[in-house]
Ligand binder design. Structure first.
Ligand SMILES: [Zn+2]
Ligand SMILES: [Zn+2]
Length: 357
């Protein structure tokens, strides 16, 4: 094992980890676990920053989706940045180009590399996909043991504060670029963190006009600060007047059934509806009108392309640091995790981060 002199891992060392222990919102505990040396193919990462994600909120609420996908007790969090403290492999060729001391963040999806989807260069929808949240590790922790194949080095000079946002930024960037709306008009429906990151990414990638909608006045303000031309309350109908003959693409990040239906009505014929939020139930949509007669393409985005998006992030994210600064509206010391979750749950915040070191 490659290990620096100041790395933990000696007998008796332990680290803290926030876990959801029961179905109630208040069923949270910070537990201590012994630190152990990483197995070959994995690294021990000392976490510096972690961010609260919409997925964490589904799990905290313990809604139907969370109950179908997870078992309790469950370590919380998957968006983090940190420094590699130890690598559990002797053969440097298996280190994925990473070394002890590197600043990294995590690609939360791990592909098998040999299934039909992987052979089609679609590792993010691998048929044997492993996800960080089911590896028994968490982000709201002092350390995590992570397969080396899931780690990505931060762009040179990027802070951990910004670095822990690359995973959600990757989703937003991919949603924007796969709408193929360069020079056109994009409507972002739902300005939670993914929607706000999409607004900011669109401004960096040649989208001519970005329009946004959210129920929260605070989030509409954030959308404007991140480069939206206008940000409307979807309940007052002003979005219809705004879009004229229809926008080229909508990124729908709220998952709200009413917002999805509205998005179809805002699109021009031939436009694209990109779903980035998960509706909680099945929907009835007028497919004859929108998909057949108006030729609207409906698709979704799940995570990042495991190589391509990270290459784009290396290029684009360093130019987005002032946007990321605006997006981070709340930062808490690690002891205040419950308050951080409460603020994120409120639906008024941008990104909420916890500071570990
Ligand atoms: Zn996330
Ligand atoms: Zn696969």
């Amino acid at each position: 094992m490659q290990k620096p002199s100041d790395a933990p891992g000696t007998a008796g060392d332990s680290y803290s980890l926030v876990m959801k222990t029961g179905p109630e919102w208040s069923d949270l505990a910070r537990v201590r676990r012994p630190l152990s040396a990483p197995r070959p193919g994995s690294a021990l990462v000392k976490i510096h920053r972690a961010a609260v994600c919409g997925t964490d909120l589904h799990i905290l609420k313990w809604n139907d989706w969370a109950q179908q996908h997870y078992r309790l007790p469950l370590p919380l969090g998957h968006e983090f940045s940190g420094v590699i403290a130890a690598i559990g492999a002797d053969d440097a060729s298996a280190h994925h180009g990473l070394a002890v001391g590197d600043s990294v963040t995590v690609e939360t999806h791990l592909a098998c590399g040999h299934c039909d989807q992987c052979l089609r260069d679609r590792g993010h929808t691998c048929l044997n996909l492993k996800v960080f949240t089911r590896l028994g590790e968490g982000a709201f922790a002092e350390y995590a043991t992570v397969p080396l194949a899931m780690l990505r080095r931060l762009p040179a000079g990027m802070s951990h504060r910004h670095g822990c946002l690359l995973e959600p930024l990757g989703i937003a960037l991919r949603a924007v670029e796969e709408c193929r709306v360069t020079g056109g008009v994009l409507f972002v429906s739902g300005c939670g963190p993914i929607g706000l990151l999409a607004v900011a990414a669109a401004r960096q990638t040649g989208v001519a006009r970005v329009l946004a909608a959210d129920l929260s006045p605070a989030r509409r303000e954030l959308a404007l600060a991140l480069g939206a031309e206008v940000a409307v309350d979807p309940r007052d109908g002003s979005d219809r007047a705004l879009v004229g003959t229809g926008v080229d693409a909508v990124i729908e990040a709220s998952g709200s059934p009413a917002a999805i239906e509205n998005a179809l009505n805002l699109l021009r014929p031939g436009g694209t509806l990109m779903l980035a939020g998960m509706p909680a139930q099945n929907l009835a949509l007028d497919l004859s009108r929108h998909v057949v007669l108006r030729e609207i393409a409906i698709r979704g985005v799940y995570g990042r392309h495991l190589q391509g998006t990270w290459a784009r992030l290396q290029e684009i994210a360093p130019r987005m640091q002032s946007a990321l600064d605006r997006l981070i509206t709340h930062e808490f010391a690690q002891d205040d995790f419950a308050e951080a979750f409460r603020v994120a749950m409120d639906g008024q915040a941008g990104k909420v981060e916890l500071i570990f070191s």
